[in-house]
Ligand binder design. Structure first.
Ligand SMILES: [Zn+2]
Ligand SMILES: [Zn+2]
Length: 475
């Protein structure tokens, strides 16, 4: 069973870190070094653990599901109206044909990962369920992961699109009382799907998956800055695990865009590694910086206006352009340029009115997040001094890892992802509001906070957006 990766571990992790991921074989090697492993990390000194034990993405994979499911297990297959037709029915029928006890549930579309939907699923979850099988994309996966974790039941993820990196992650993105939260969860015990299934997903979902994957370039920079500024634990492994995707050229991206099963499978394998990177980190930090906050902010706006938001990855792609432009401007500054914005000195307690206007009944929850990282005038000055003392070294490190905005745009374009907020139905005023306010919704420190700390925001907002190549005047 050479395919049952994680069962045979024969080489050191150090070698894995240096493996060339360009070839599929090397990628499988990486998986075999990670899955089901617990080890002390040479890089960061912490212990890492990847509970997910197997990943199987190949034709006829579903026929092999039986080997991962005990004969007497009570199974619960969950899909939505679309993914049931794509793969859910086939998975459930295959299990039933083997004599296993299978219940199924088909959730209505469009599906959203809210506390209300999680409750709906939970109410239909029988106590005797021993294993859940989530057949669907990111939203469905997050709902099942969350409820399964709450109930202490293991689950298998069956992705139906290469659209997000959340399948293998230890968190679920859930909107709780209107606020987007990342809830800690248990990752799936295994991941299984077939190339033809994910290649048949809508092309926009695949494009979104690529955009989500490539946000790691900038999310990792945010994480590094957080380590330097706040001594947060940092490990370079998660970023390195997906670095091979940086080398996909435009022609390869066009293959992804056209739904080529091999290319889309490789994208999914990269996304699964990215999710494992979060498991290694023990948080979403390697995958979710300021660019994700913009997307979460738009999700919140959409919910408030009772409309369906654009795809997560597509929003993240726009957010990544913004974050890259902010880094560009930051790296072009000298400490002598840095200054406090007058508004920053106002303590959160004095901002309740504007928060209430922006977030309605969610204002208090958002305020708690913002207040956790707000800096008084004195503390902000001390942080700027710390940055200034290290600026030459930090700038050099960041510069060497920063892709250009133009390059990122070309990649998004080649894969068929959005390169302007208007393509996603996000008007210019909502784009501007997100850049100025998205940092308020989560306590994590990102480039959005650094930009305020040194005075790039709010002053140079228009310049940021022009750098992204967005049309800032109505046409
Ligand atoms: Zn580490
Ligand atoms: Zn994401």
């Amino acid at each position: 069973m050479a395919r049952r990766m994680g069962l045979q571990v024969n080489e050191g992790l150090r070698q894995m870190a240096h493996a060339l991921f360009r070839k599929g074989t090397a990628m499988k090697e990486a998986y075999s070094q990670l899955l089901g492993r617990r080890w002390r990390c040479d890089e960061c000194g912490r212990e890492h653990f990847v509970p997910t034990r197997w990943v199987m993405v190949e034709e006829n994979a579903f026929a092999q599901l039986l080997q991962f499911v005990p004969e007497d297990a009570n199974l619960f297959v969950i899909a939505d109206e679309i993914t049931w037709e794509v793969a859910g029915r086939k998975v459930a029928q295959g299990l039933r044909a083997s004599g296993r006890s299978v219940r199924d549930l088909v959730l209505p579309v469009p599906l959203s990962a809210t506390d209300a939907m999680a409750n709906f699923l939970s109410e239909r979850w029988k106590t005797q369920t021993q294993k859940a099988i989530a057949v669907g994309s990111g939203t469905l996966n997050d709902l099942v992961k969350w409820v399964a974790s709450q109930r202490g039941v293991s689950y298998i993820s069956v992705p139906t699109a290469a659209s997000v990196n959340g399948y293998t992650s230890p968190i679920a993105a859930l909107t709780v009382q209107g606020i987007k939260r990342t809830m800690p969860c248990h990752p799936p015990e295994g991941v299984m799907t077939e190339p033809s299934v994910i290649a048949s997903a809508p092309l926009a979902m695949t494009a979104a998956g690529y955009a989500d994957l490539m946000s790691k370039t900038v999310a990792d920079l945010d994480w590094q800055l957080a380590r330097w500024l706040w001594d947060e634990p940092y490990c370079p492994l998660p970023r390195r695990l997906v670095a091979f995707a940086d080398e996909w050229d435009l022609r390869y991206l066009q293959r992804i865009a056209s739904g080529d099963p091999n290319a889309v499978t490789n994208l999914l394998m990269a996304l699964l590694l990215s999710g494992i990177g979060m498991t290694i980190a023990g948080s979403s930090a390697p995958s979710s910086g300021g660019e994700h906050l913009l997307s979460h902010w738009w999700d919140m706006q959409a919910e408030r206006q009772q409309r369906v938001p654009a795809l997560h990855g597509l929003q993240v792609g726009i957010g990544t352009l913004v974050a890259l432009a902010l880094y560009d401007l930051l790296l072009a500054t000298e400490p002598s340029d840095w200054h406090a914005s007058p508004d920053e000195s106002r303590p959160p307690s004095e901002r309740m009115g504007e928060f209430a206007e922006r977030y309605g009944e969610k204002a208090e929850g958002v305020m708690a997040e913002f207040a956790a990282k707000w800096l008084s005038t004195e503390r902000a000055e001390a942080v700027r001094q710390k940055m200034a003392a290290n600026w030459d070294a930090w700038r050099e490190r960041l510069q060497s890892q920063l892709p250009s905005v133009a390059e990122h745009r070309r990649r998004l374009e080649a894969v068929g992802a959005a390169t302007s907020p208007q393509q996603l139905g996000i008007p210019m005023d909502e784009l501007k509001a997100a850049v100025l306010h998205a940092r308020e919704i989560r306590r994590r420190w990102t480039i959005l906070d650094t930009a305020f700390l040194v005075g790039i925001l709010p002053e140079r907002l228009d310049e940021v957006l022009q750098r992204c190549g967005f049309q800032t005047t109505p046409s």
